[in-house]
Design a protein around this ligand. Sequence first.
Ligand code: ZN
Ligand code: ZN
Length: 258
Amino acid sequence: MVFWEAYGISDEVMGTFAPIAVYWIYGGLYHMLPTLDQYRMHSRKESEQQKTQVSMGTVVKGVLVQQAFQAAVALVMFSLTAQPDVKVVQQPLLVQLGQVIVAMFVMDTWQYFVHRYMHINKFLYKHIHSQHHRLVVPYAFGALFNHPLEGLLLDTVGGALSFLVSGMSPRTSIFFFSFATIKTVDDHCGLWLPGNPFHLLFQNNTAYHDIHHQLHGTKYNFSQPFFNIWDKVLGTHMPFSLEKRPDGGYEARPVKNI
Ligand SMILES: [Zn+2]
Ligand SMILES: [Zn+2]
């Protein structure tokens, strides 16, 4: 028995709301850190300039709207796929791990093609995806600063497909969706902290996604949230070097001319 069952909370409700809570907790931890100039990927001056164009309040409101959409669709999806008469038996851990890996590939594949198409299609870029790119200097709370339709198409449909194709249980999905959320927040954290396990384990990480957010980088590094396979296969991979800025911190610099 897991602790939320004792409170009468179903796995489906947890699968819907845990990733939202995790987003604000993990993002909040980054937000509470001191300035840490020596690890920043953009100067403080750049961040301040950005805040004059898009305020933190606008970003937080935007994220809350997209999460409300996300929660509504997730609840519908769970209720459509639920089999109330069937007692769901949790698979052995190794099987669940396999399901999570399948789900990671499904999510990456869906997000790569939809994300890239949103850059190719001028109408979709202008009216939907450009909202996310208002953050040229990414920060943790801005990870899901998306137009609600983008949240729906990219994250929610992507999440539903990963769930359905992998065959994972709602309980496994709680962990998978929470992990995907943490990874997405980390990719936008704007800091290159020593020993960050995501930076060690994933080539697609904060610096990789920072290239995509740079003004000239939007034709590259579409892959998200886990691997960089599709960028490599389809020639949109931009190698980069991490260089120390003279005023402290790091800069992800594309290796090829763009
Ligand atoms: Zn982003
Ligand atoms: Zn983009």
